[in-house]
Design a binder for this molecule. Structure first.
Ligand SMILES: *[C@@H]1O[C@H](CO)[C@@H](O)[C@H](O)[C@H]1NC(C)=O
Ligand SMILES: *[C@@H]1O[C@H](CO)[C@@H](O)[C@H](O)[C@H]1NC(C)=O
Ligand SMILES: *[C@@H]1O[C@H](CO)[C@@H](O)[C@H](O)[C@H]1NC(C)=O
Ligand SMILES: *[C@@H]1O[C@H](CO)[C@@H](O)[C@H](O)[C@H]1NC(C)=O
Ligand SMILES: *[C@@H]1O[C@H](CO)[C@@H](O)[C@H](O)[C@H]1NC(C)=O
Ligand SMILES: [Zn+2]
Length: 351
């Protein structure tokens, strides 16, 4: 049944499998997804469209429901981490409603503009000090974006920001979501931030949050659990997370890992759905010599099997599983192939 749909899609020139929402839309089928699960909702926003969550000790999260910033108010000024453009001027209002003191430190969690494209809003104070990892500074220097000024202070492994009565520990543990994404830890308030890694209540954004080094992004979940924390900020959606949220997403991605390894293994056999030789025979019959068509159908089929194995367990537990779950399976399959060297039928053949 699915294979006849698959062939129909190939003939129509759409996508290889009925997995991506684009294909569904183009065919005029449903664009309706599964209902949100428990834990998806953010904190209620005020009439101006933002919320401030206090963790005590002068630490606050500000959100507009989809993005997050961290604020540490000290006796001498504010330490601010990230300034998502979608929060924009509301972040200035939030800070203005918490303290009269100016922002003295601006910390880049990483360079991505959707989290830091509002940095320029906080550069007016003459003494403001900007801080980022060296790899983040490299990209910011390269891009010359006036919205994201080049940081004044850069570091490689660790850097501690001290201002008045506040301390914020910045640590780099290798490339992960980006080459310079950092762990940001306020130990007094037991607040831990690592942006674009865990998405409390939800599966990650598309393709494992568009991360550049998947093995490092994977291991970051283990590093998170080594910290002593009660509150986690992933930079996304409308509520802070807990240790349980980190543990749950870690379980989810490990499930995807195991299922995708199994799917790649199956692709090296004569399995009808994913066996590489079976798929190649079908594709080459219609498209002689088209190697890209063969790879596309191969990786989509293997990803679909991995997604199938994973969805049964996770649908209803993390929101958006049916929206981005296939993209995660497909990112996992590609990373297993090119980072982990699990190549199935494309490995060196045994003698
Ligand atoms: C630091 O000072 C600020 C501003 O007075 C206060 O709100 C906060 O609770 C203090 N935090 C700590 C950890 O002492
Ligand atoms: C406090 O927040 C409101 C909007 O919620 C804003 O209009 C006002 O300017 C803010 N106050 C300060 C001092 O920033
Ligand atoms: C995949 O195949 C490898 C090598 O044959 C094997 O060691 C591994 O246990 C298999 N894993 C799964 C999940 O099937
Ligand atoms: C598929 O492979 C299995 C085990 O390798 C073998 O027993 C079976 O005969 C094969 N089936 C076909 C249709 O080739
Ligand atoms: C994925 O699941 C669907 C629905 O159960 C099934 O028809 C399809 O064959 C599966 N895909 C693969 C590649 O096994
Ligand atoms: Zn990012």
């Amino acid at each position: 049944m699915i294979f006849s749909i698959l062939n129909a899609l190939l003939l129509l020139g759409y996508c290889a499998l009925p997995n991506a929402s684009y294909c569904i839309e183009e065919l005029g089928l449903s664009t309706k997804f599964a209902p949100l699960s428990d834990g998806a909702a953010g904190v209620p926003l005020n009439a101006d469209g933002y919320a401030i969550v206090s963790f005590g000790g002068g630490a606050y999260m500000v959100t507009e429901g989809i993005y997050q910033s961290l604020i540490l108010v000290s006796t001498e000024g504010v330490i601010l981490v990230d300034s998502p453009p979608t929060i924009g001027h509301k972040l200035q209002w939030a800070i203005g409603n918490i303290t009269d003191l100016p922002v003295k430190y601006f910390i880049y969690s990483h360079e991505h503009a959707d989290h830091t494209g509002g940095a320029f809003l906080f550069m007016s104070h003459p003494d403001v000090i900007t801080v980022a990892h060296e790899n983040t500074a490299y990209v910011l220097s390269y891009m010359k974006d006036p919205n994201r000024p080049v940081p004044q202070i850069t570091f490689w492994d660790d850097y501690t920001v001290r201002l008045g009565n506040q301390t914020l520990q910045l640590s780099w543990k290798g490339p992960s979501h980006t080459p310079g994404n950092i762990f940001i830890y306020a130990s007094a308030q037991r607040v831990l931030m690592l942006v674009d890694t865990v998405f409390p209540g939800w599966v990650p954004f598309n393709d494992f949050a568009e991360s550049s080094f998947i093995p490092g992004w994977f291991e970051a979940h283990d590093y998170l659990l080594e910290y002593d924390f009660d509150h986690y900020l992933g930079g996304h959606l409308g509520r802070p997370g807990t240790r349980q949220d980190v543990q749950l997403q870690r379980d989810y991605i490990h499930d995807i890992y195991n299922n995708c390894v199994a799917a790649i293994n199956a692709s090296a056999t004569n399995n009808t759905a994913v066996g590489e030789q079976n798929l190649a025979a079908k594709v080459f019959a219609n498209n002689p010599g088209n190697f890209w068509a063969m790879f596309r159908v191969y990786t989509d089929s293997v990803s679909d099997l991995c997604y199938n194995m994973t969805s049964k367990k996770w649908l209803g537990r993390l929101s958006g599983q049916d929206v981005y779950g296939f993209s995660h399976a497909s990112t996992m399959v590609e990373s297993l192939r090119i980072d982990w060297d699990i190549l199935g039928p494309f490995a060196v053949a045994p003698n």
